[in-house]
Design a protein around this ligand. Structure first.
Ligand SMILES: *[C@@H]1O[C@H](CO)[C@@H](O)[C@H](O)[C@H]1NC(C)=O
Ligand SMILES: *[C@@H]1O[C@H](CO)[C@@H](O)[C@H](O)[C@H]1NC(C)=O
Length: 670
């Protein structure tokens, strides 16, 4: 699709079915054999609506009552909202992690609630001060920002917040995660036997590369750095204080996710005269500006991650720091990857804490690819032991920041495989369960990792001309809830972002993958392929937002998302959205509804394969497209016992429908 629109266009254009519900579809089994393009939400220009132009005037002689804003704040909170705030407060606790002044600053932001102010009654014609996203009824009504009634200075998860829709906020907030692993902040000392034992386990789980297959290795166990298992050098280090850090590194580490840091990661050229802007809220102003940090746009941009990123900064016990130095050579070899492993034990290293209390840890990663460098980074999250023994509920709150400078080329893989393996067959009817076999639904409901929550925010900034980023996220883990939110900002011309994602959800899981691609500089390219597979009784949501600013002319963007539902008890939401302010852009977008193709199945069967085998091959091909984008050293051969490909197949096979549905052999996808 090519959109060519005049600058002045303020039209709100909705393609596909109308209304807000049109772009959020809950897919039921009646979608079985359709092949179609899903409704697409495209908006061009996001100006004020008509209503907000009518402003109430104050009338002389009337005695207006100025409301008590603190009372108002409290009156707006529901019981559950309060519970969310209490839950968050326990995570924040009193103690800071290793980031010293940066932790203090993050805590200060969190402990300063958003002021509720009176409406500023600016004349409508003065566009600079226009506050289009606020509707008020009376003078002196407190302005309710998009958030601000929480106790904290950043938006906290809420059941009914758009960014947390479809996620199991209730399940997360009802679980206590208030302790932290013993020894957080100090390196882990292991005996020689333990080193060998853990290295063997990591090899078995896939969280390992030998010294000669990687250019650095940082191993963390329950958030603590394990020097004896790591290989550190100039490229890969683990930081445990801010003492010797450069200003640049400190600035990077202090950043919150976009929208809540007004300063852009690099100033953006906004006209032919070379004027620059470094303020996030000025983008596409005044009509389509992103607005204040409290506005809905900031909330959309940060996808619910800001309070967790700040929490991570306040509490993290170690920072994995990967730094590729500038390189002037034209031709440089494809580098060996740097591997960062976050392994979790079932007890979460909080042995002595009260029974029933969960544990939280806050892994932090900073990757800086300097001018002209080539770098490959693999992040691997794995279990160290079976999640059955002495299990303590765990919250993994990761925050990864990546900065790509001029002509640097960064390849990044995020592999989430922790939380055990979900129970297959939970979608079966009771009649289909073989006699004498345990009911898989009961087995799944007892699985301890259902109490675990895995959160990760990945924040990418391409800050140098010609920078390239290739990111692949594989969500394969078995935690009860998992949420990965990636944001990529293209701040310089001729930059490229390629993003591939695969999310597998089964058993009774709730998973969520979100991406936000923000084109700010002109002449930038983004390519995105997202694939989701949801089986059992799981739910999965994908939200892919692309925003093209006024300054981002000649943007070329493609997004494709496909979801396959493996059972009729699973549910999926795929919500792509495009916000295009610039007028000369090429944005292609597709979200297809199709079965695993009957034709392909027929072809494979005609070659002598059984339906079941043919179907499994097609399933693997669907996931294999994405895993092929992961750094090749992690993949291994399909037929070997090791490697990511093998593990993906094992997890897929586990979710192959059983019982009646397996015989009918139907799959649906959206
Ligand atoms: C900081 O750097 C100095 C000089 O290189 C060194 O002596 C000191 O031990 C370092 N401090 C820390 C905490 O790493
Ligand atoms: C960056 O490196 C990747 C992987 O080696 C390669 O596929 C890609 O073409 C490179 N991109 C640029 C712009 O050089």
């Amino acid at each position: 699709m090519r959109l060519s629109l005049p600058n002045s266009s303020l039209a709100l254009l909705l393609l596909g079915s109308s209304g807000v519900d049109g772009f959020s579809s809950s897919i039921s089994s009646s979608w079985a054999t359709r092949r179609a393009t899903s409704p697409l939400f495209v908006s061009i220009g996001l100006g004020p609506d008509e209503e907000t132009k009518e402003r109430s005037e104050m009338v002389a002689g009337v005695d207006y009552e100025i409301p008590n804003h603190e009372e108002y704040r409290l009156s707006q909170r529901s019981k559950f909202d309060e519970q969310c705030d209490v839950w968050y407060g326990q995570l924040l606790g009193e103690d800071n992690g290793v980031l010293g002044p940066l932790a203090v600053e993050a805590r200060k932001i969190l402990n300063t609630p958003v002021p509720l102010e009176n409406e500023i009654r600016a004349p409508v014609e003065n566009k600079e001060e226009y506050t289009p996203y606020v509707t008020t009824r009376l003078p002196w009504t407190p302005i309710t920002p998009a958030f601000g009634v929480e106790e904290y200075g950043l938006p906290i998860p809420r059941r009914n917040a758009e960014t947390w829709r479809h996620f199991d906020v209730v399940g997360m907030v009802e679980q206590d995660y208030s302790t932290i692993p013993d020894g957080t902040g100090s390196p882990l000392e292991l005996s020689e036997d333990e080193v060998t034992d853990i290295a063997d386990k990591l090899k078995e789980k896939g969280g390992w590369l030998d010294d000669d297959s990687c250019s650095g290795r940082l191993v963390y166990i329950d958030g603590r750095f394990a020097p004896q298992l790591s290989m550190t050098n100039d490229v890969a280090q683990s930081l445990d204080s801010t003492t010797n850090l450069s200003d640049e590194v400190k600035t990077y580490l202090a950043r919150l996710t976009d929208g809540f840091t007004d300063e852009l990661a690099a100033p953006v050229v906004i006209n032919d005269e070379g004027d620059t802007w470094s303020s996030y809220k000025k983008l596409s102003g005044p009509d389509h500006c992103i607005g204040e940090a409290t506005s809905q746009f900031a909330i959309n941009s940060q996808q619910g991650t800001a309070c967790f990123a700040a929490l991570n900064t306040a509490r993290t016990g170690a920072v994995a720091y990967v730094h590729a130095a500038a390189n002037q050579d034209e031709e440089i070899d494809v580098p060996k990857p740097v591997l960062i492993v976050n392994a979790v034990t079932s007890s979460g290293s909080a042995g002595d804490a009260e029974e029933g209390k969960g544990v939280a840890f806050h892994p932090r990663t900073l990757v800086v690819a300097d001018e002209g460098s080539r770098l490959s980074v693999v992040q691997s999250c794995v279990d160290l032991d079976s999640t059955e023994e002495a299990h303590r509920p765990k919250l993994y709150n990761g925050y990864t920041q990546l900065f790509v400078k001029e002509n640097a080329n960064l390849t990044h893989s995020y592999l989430e495989e922790s939380g055990g393996i979900v129970t297959g067959g939970v979608e079966q009817n009771d009649d289909d369960i073989e006699e004498g076999m345990p009911n898989p639904r009961e087995v799944e409901s007892q699985r301890p990792a259902l109490k675990d929550t895995h959160l990760e925010a990945i924040d990418v900034h391409i800050v140098g001309k010609g920078g390239a980023y290739q990111g692949t996220m594989m969500g394969l883990g078995g935690s009860g809830r998992a949420r990965t939110a990636m944001s990529v900002t293209l701040l310089r011309p001729e930059t490229t972002a390629t993003i591939n994602g695969f999310a597998l959800s089964g058993g009774a899981q709730r998973t969520d993958m979100k991406t936000n691609i923000h084109h700010i500089a002109d002449d930038t390219v983004s390519r995105q392929v997202q694939k989701n597979m949801i089986g059992g009784r799981a739910t999965g949501a994908f939200r892919g937002r692309i925003r093209v600013e006024q300054s981002a002319q000649l943007t070329d963007s493609e997004q494709l998302s496909r979801t396959i539902l493996l059972s009729d008890r699973s549910r999926a939401w795929a919500v792509p959205s495009l916000e295009i302010i610039a007028d000369d852009v090429t944005c292609a977008h597709g979200a297809t509804v199709s079965d695993l193709s009957e034709e392909e199945l027929f072809y494979l069967r005609s070659r002598g394969l059984t339906t079941a085998i043919a179907r499994n091959l097609l399933m693997y091909a669907f996931a294999g497209d994405i895993s092929a984008c992961v750094d090749p050293t992690m993949l291994g051969a399909v037929d070997s016992q090791e490697g990511l490909q093998k593990r993906v197949i094992q997890r897929l096979e586990n979710l192959v429908p059983r019982g009646q549905r397996a015989i009918k052999g139907e799959y649906q996808s959206v």
